[in-house]
Design a protein around this ligand. Structure first.
Ligand SMILES: [Zn+2]
Ligand SMILES: [Zn+2]
Length: 254
């Protein structure tokens, strides 16, 4: 039964040696195995964990009173105890436990891991990892989630306090430090794009724009032939502010 439950043909290893490998991680019973696979949805290419998911997206289960990451457990079942090495996903889906999607990686520094998620084009350097609902890259260090473009800025230029990092290129996925700048007026609210909402109107002390500016910006843009980037430069604000104004997500009251 045990071998069948493993869900993968053994590659020359006997059932006994596989059992030996299993017991190296934790003592696993047939019941544990049944419990494990009953929580896996194999209906797609990725075998997704359907039980407890922790904050960083990995599935977890308790075996013998010990909290175990589901993908590490699956890897161990198929290929043996990963020991201190990391078990990584080829599919970028942390809750996937398909052993064919898992591989062993050396311990990487956060910076190495960060750049492994970045594809550099001649212009923008795009984040290929997890995006938040606004399209910004998200990078996880331990239990902390940081916006990828903020991490990149921090890495390139040092401390940014709690100020907002904006894009010259209007590409939220971009982490090219040369395309990023600090908006010294706006405090970071975990999400730069929120700032149109946070800085609401000229009644806010730090606001650079007046209601008249906002009306003018909308008119200029409506007439056509002017880029948001140009308007942003003209009014000394971040492009996202212009974008919020134009889509009426910000300055709704004007
Ligand atoms: Zn997968
Ligand atoms: Zn860019």
């Amino acid at each position: 039964m045990g071998a069948a439950i493993l869900g993968r043909e053994c590659s020359g290893n006997s059932r006994e040696s596989r059992r030996e490998r299993l017991t190296r991680i934790v003592l696993v019973t047939e019941k544990d195995l049944e419990r494990f696979w009953s929580k896996v949805n194999k209906t797609s290419n990725c075998w997704l964990w359907t039980s407890t998911i922790v904050r960083d997206g990995y599935g977890t289960l308790v075996i013998n009173g010990k909290l175990v990451k589901a993908h590490r457990f699956s890897f161990a079942l198929a290929s043996g105890d990963p020991g201190k090495l990391r078990v990584l996903h080829k599919c970028d889906s942390p809750s996937c436990v398909n052993p064919d999607h898992l591989f062993l990686g050396a311990v990487q520094t956060p910076e190495e891991r960060f750049w492994s998620y970045v594809t550099k084009t001649p212009k923008c350097w795009e984040w290929t990892g997890v995006l938040n609902r606004k399209g910004y890259g998200q990078f996880t260090i331990g239990s902390r989630v940081i916006l990828a473009h903020r991490y990149s800025y921090l890495n390139a230029y040092g401390n940014l306090g709690d100020l907002c990092v904006c894009h010259h290129c209007d590409n939220p996925k971009c982490v090219n430090p040369e395309h990023l700048f600090l908006d010294t007026r706006v405090k970071n609210n975990e999400d730069c794009a929120n700032k149109g909402r946070v800085v609401k109107g000229s009644q806010v002390g730090s606001a650079k724009l007046t209601e008249q500016d906002v009306v003018a910006i909308r008119e200029k843009y409506a007439r056509g032939g002017v880029l948001q980037r140009v308007l942003a430069a003209e009014y000394g604000v971040c492009q996202q502010v212009i974008s919020k104004i134009l889509t009426r997500q910000g300055w709704k009251h004007v």
